[in-house]
Design a protein around this ligand. Structure first.
Ligand code: ZN
Ligand code: ZN
Length: 329
């Protein structure tokens, strides 16, 4: 089969790989329908790699597939089922798993990062990572389940309420999903901050009321979401007293210089949110319902052999979400 492989730092290629086979009773063989390319993939492919990956690994952690074959121990899936993949494999045994914090699992593995992922024609995964989705959901939208599940988890953490105002820092796919989600959840006012004028315009088309520059304009929102990963100080400047901050974007190198006093004086609550947690079923229901205009986020769908071009386009900051269709002609 064809697969998109991390070959060495900064080098990605589509190449022939052995067809994966069932190895355990709970394994499922999948034919991949669509797999999203995400900022995490760019981190993996930066030099030096932002996230370490074994050379030869198949990338791709945002995917939807059709079940081809199930192991003897799989009870609730059968060939032909349409599924989405939760790429996080948790151990179920460590202290965090036992505390009900599986996204903090000490032994977590991630399909498409520490194990072969879905940027391939076929993939073998444990059944417990799979969630069914209606077969009539277009593949390029079903493949948004993973990032949307992360957004749903973040929104749940901060208990977003109808009538609230929000500032979203960064209008990439995640910031735009938050925009759509808060709009649908009854936000009174959604402000977006985004340096790219193209993405700023896209934010307005996705439910933002206004694009602002929080460096020059003073605002006092109920909730600020940092979808970039390095904007804690701006988030803190932008919330009202008693407001909440959600730190969602990932940047391991960011070091915020901020006025700690303002958190104390303003009784600001700061939340971190890491990947998805029990939120795939709700993300899938949202996608199936068609209530969010997710179609607007998918700016390109490409066959697998064009995956290197998709990565290049992402590096140039073109478009919003690119989906790879590994079994399309
Ligand atoms: Zn991702
Ligand atoms: Zn664990």
């Amino acid at each position: 089969m064809l697969a998109g492989v991390f070959q060495s730092p900064g080098v990605f290629a589509v190449q022939e790989c052995p067809m994966p086979i069932l190895q355990r009773d709970d394994d499922v063989l999948l034919q991949v329908r669509a797999c999203g390319i995400c900022g995490t993939d760019l981190h993996i492919l930066s030099v030096p790699p932002g996230i370490p990956v074994e050379p030869g690994s198949i990338l791709g952690h945002e995917y939807t597939a059709t079940v081809v074959q199930v192991g003897a121990g799989v009870v609730d899936l059968q060939p032909g089922d349409t599924v989405v993949v939760d790429p996080s494999l948790t151990c179920g045994a460590c202290a965090y798993c036992r505390m009900g914090l599986p996204n903090s699992c000490r032994h977590i593995e991630t399909l498409g990062v520490t194990r072969n992922g879905g940027l391939a024609q076929y993939s073998v995964v444990p059944a417990r990572t799979l969630h069914k989705i209606h077969a009539d959901v277009p593949a390029h939208l079903a493949a948004l389940a993973e990032p949307l599940a992360c957004v749903v988890h973040g929104a749940e953490k901060v208990k977003f309420q109808p009538g609230e105002s929000a500032l979203i820092l960064g209008a990439g796919p995640i910031g735009l999903m938050f925009t759509q989600f808060f709009r649908a959840a009854g936000a009174a006012d959604i402000l977006v901050s985004e340096v790219s004028s193209v993405r700023a315009q896209v934010a307005l088309e996705n439910g933002a009321d206004r694009v602002i520059n929080p460096q020059t304009e003073t605002v006092a929102v109920d909730l600020a979401v940092d979808a970039v990963g390095s904007l804690f100080d701006i988030a803190l400047q932008s919330v009202r007293r008693g407001g909440r901050i959600l730190l969602f974007g990932v940047n391991q190198h960011a070091r915020a210089a901020l006025a700690q006093y303002n958190i104390t004086r303003g009784e600001i609550s700061v939340y971190g949110s890491w990947i998805a947690k029990d939120s795939f079923p709700r993300a899938i229901h949202i996608i199936e319902s068609g209530r969010l205009p997710l179609e607007k986020l998918v700016t390109r769908c490409l066959p697998l052999r064009d995956a290197p071009a998709a990565i290049e386009a992402m590096r140039r900051g073109e478009g919003i979400k690119i989906q790879v269709l590994p079994n399309a002609e």
